[in-house]
Design a protein around this ligand. Structure first.
Ligand code: XUL
Length: 605
């Protein structure tokens, strides 16, 4: 694909922990070219980084140098210019950033951004526009105290999740701000005039003025009341270090503190296709962009990932990497302390659910190795594992829990557990069994955990399904008879959550290449419209480019075009492989009952 054949080019940027990536697409969402810079290769000496970050093992701090990001922007655009990239054809730019990271601007920031001289680099000119040269990274672990404070302020993790879509996490921006404002660097907090997230930081630099935080990204701060669509004042007072109960602040200090922090954070930009503005003259003069190039709001990297695929409501994206991540689109706001809910970045009345597991590939590989050892087979081969998995057709009343690492969901210590059901449906723990038994057991329990936890978010998704309601009533009653009430992470599952069914499931990531694993998982997840496999190596940047393209299209049409309709119309489905899976959704109801009971006896932290 060459640039000669297209009039309109869109750019998607992704500023992640270890690199900056820029993807160019055309008006039909075709990928044209990818450019990138890896931070360690170029900047390890200049900025003293490793894997893109500076780490302090003692405090748990993980930080990224902001000037390095500015250098990388100039560097990649310069490389593109050297290659003759047609900057003048770029109609719109959007993108993503690692979530939760924050940038602290100083007093003169807007003045500096508005008067950039194209003969000098961004980092030279913006160094003193920052109140703090570093940005707390999502891997930061230094805010244990703030986790306790945030949950205490609202009554606990479930209460915080109810308001903000997530319980408190080290990396969430509100906690990082509180740490700065109340203990680590009060002076920096005082000097800060605006706070950007990584996504809105990149958009601000491109615009040449500080732009607002986008609404979907705002949900990664533990400060935003998702349903109210506004900041939560109680949480803001905490982030500002002026909470009456926790900080002993007076009423007037509290009010001033909230006002001040609101000013620093700025308004939240509602989900929209509307441009934030046109690109700054710096980029036009230095690289040759047209001054009509539109900058559309940037979002978080996970949020950009779901818009890189033709996903519809109730679709699931199951990422099988080192860890397992479930991303899904839902209209239900049913938060839990065990997962995250964010506003969807392009579908106004929808949310993105995100469930993150620690134990994914590593746990499966350990079982594979055990099996290979028993049969004297080559260490890394999946052949025997796959053969055993293929031969296990349905639920055999055995399950295992395999956590070589401590787990996030359910919150549990590293441990193993193997159990069988007796004829009364009681769980009987088994000391050990043949490694062959572990093969289906691990894939089944990993799939069932995803299904069980996605269930509440997908509640009601089967209402348009052909199966009659009485069939679900029967399944539910039967399950209840065998296992009693089913609890997941302390919450009772309803008939609607247990019988919800995803619409489509898309498998991505390393292990999605394994046919036996995805077929088994797909058969348990039981989507009503099929299982698919797709490769999306540059998903976050691609999502940004698609968002720019969709936004530009809506602006041209001067109306809201539904994102899922737009993407389904333009997406190249040649890249999506439909998986021929057996449907065993009904056959695994008992598995959910069994796993939920087994999880109740796990060792917790
Ligand atoms: C999500 C998170 C990470 C970063 C990675 O909550 O912290 O996935 O977004 O860049």
């Amino acid at each position: 694909m060459s640039y000669d054949q297209c009039n309109d080019v869109f750019l998607g940027l992704d500023l992640s922990t270890q690199q900056l990536k820029i993807i160019a697409t055309d008006e039909q969402l075709n990928h044209i070219e990818t450019f990138n810079v890896e931070f360690d290769k170029k900047y390890s000496e200049k900025y003293g980084i490793k894997k893109g970050v500076v780490v302090n093992d003692e405090t748990g701090e993980v930080l990224s140098p902001v000037a390095m990001w500015l250098d990388s922007l100039d560097y990649v655009f310069t490389e593109m210019k050297k290659k003759g990239f047609p900057f003048e054809k770029v109609k719109g730019i959007s993108g993503s950033g690692q979530q939760h990271g924050s940038v602290y601007w100083a007093e003169n920031a807007n003045e500096r951004l508005q008067n950039l001289d194209e003969n000098h680099s961004l980092s030279e000119q913006l160094a003193d526009a920052l109140a703090f040269p570093l940005s707390p990274n999502w891997q930061d672990h230094s805010t244990g105290k703030e986790i306790a404070d945030f949950e205490r302020a609202v009554g606990g993790p479930e209460e915080l999740a109810q308001i903000t879509g997530s319980r408190a996490h080290y990396r969430f921006t509100g906690l990082q701000i509180r740490k700065l404002a109340s203990r680590s660097n009060k002076n920096v907090y005082r000097k800060t005039t605006r706070v950007s997230l990584v996504s809105s930081f990149v958009a601000s630099v491109l615009l040449g003025s500080i732009t607002n935080i986008e609404q979907a990204e705002a949900c990664g701060m533990n400060l935003y009341d998702v349903q109210k669509g506004d900041y939560d004042d109680n949480l803001l007072s905490l982030a500002a270090g002026v909470h009456p109960e926790i900080d002993g602040a007076s009423q007037s200090d509290k009010e001033n503190g909230i006002r001040e922090l609101k000013k620093k954070l700025g308004n939240i930009e509602p989900i929209s296709y509307k441009a934030s503005g046109s690109i700054s003259p710096y980029f036009c003069k230095r690289y040759g962009f047209s001054n009509h190039t539109k900058i559309y709001s940037f979002t978080g990297d996970n949020l950009a990932t779901i818009i890189s695929l033709p996903l519809s409501p109730n679709d699931i994206l199951l990422s099988l990497g080192t860890s397992t991540t479930v991303l899904l689109i839902t209209e239900n706001y049913i938060p839990s302390s065990q997962y995250h809910l964010f506003k969807h970045p392009t579908m106004r009345s929808h949310y993105m659910g995100m469930i993150c597991y620690c134990n994914g590939a590593l746990a499966r590989e350990r079982i594979r190795d055990e099996v290979n050892k028993k049969y004297g087979l080559e260490k890394g081969s999946w052949d025997k594992f796959d053969e055993l998995l293929d031969s296990s057709k349905s639920f055999n009343e055995e399950l295992g829990i395999y956590f070589p690492l401590g787990e996030i969901v359910p919150n549990a210590l590293a441990q193993y557990k193997r159990s069988r059901l007796d004829s009364e449906y009681n769980i009987v723990d088994v000391e050990s069994w043949d490694p062959e038994e572990d093969v289906s057991s691990i894939v089944e329990s990993q799939s069932l955990s995803c299904r069980m936890r996605a269930g509440p978010m997908l509640s009601g998704s089967n209402l348009n399904n052909n199966s009659s309601n009485s069939e679900y009533d029967k399944i539910y009653e039967d399950l209840h008879k065998k296992f009693g009430s089913i609890y997941t992470d302390g919450k009772e599952q309803t008939k609607a959550s247990l019988t919800s069914r995803p619409h489509k499931v898309f498998f991505v990531g390393g292990a999605s290449k394994n046919n036996s694993i995805v077929k088994k998982m797909g058969s348990i997840m039981g989507p009503s419209d099929g299982n698919y496999r797709v490769e999306i190596p540059d998903a976050c940047a691609l999502g940004g480019a698609y968002k720019a393209s969709w936004s530009f299209h809506c602006e041209k049409e001067n109306k809201w075009v539904d994102y899922d309709v737009y993407i389904n119309e333009h997406f190249d489905f040649g890249d999506v492989e439909s998986l021929n899976t057996q449907d065993n959704w009904i056959g695994y109801f008992e598995g959910m009952g069994m796993l939920s009971k087994m999880e109740q006896s796990l060792k917790h932290t």
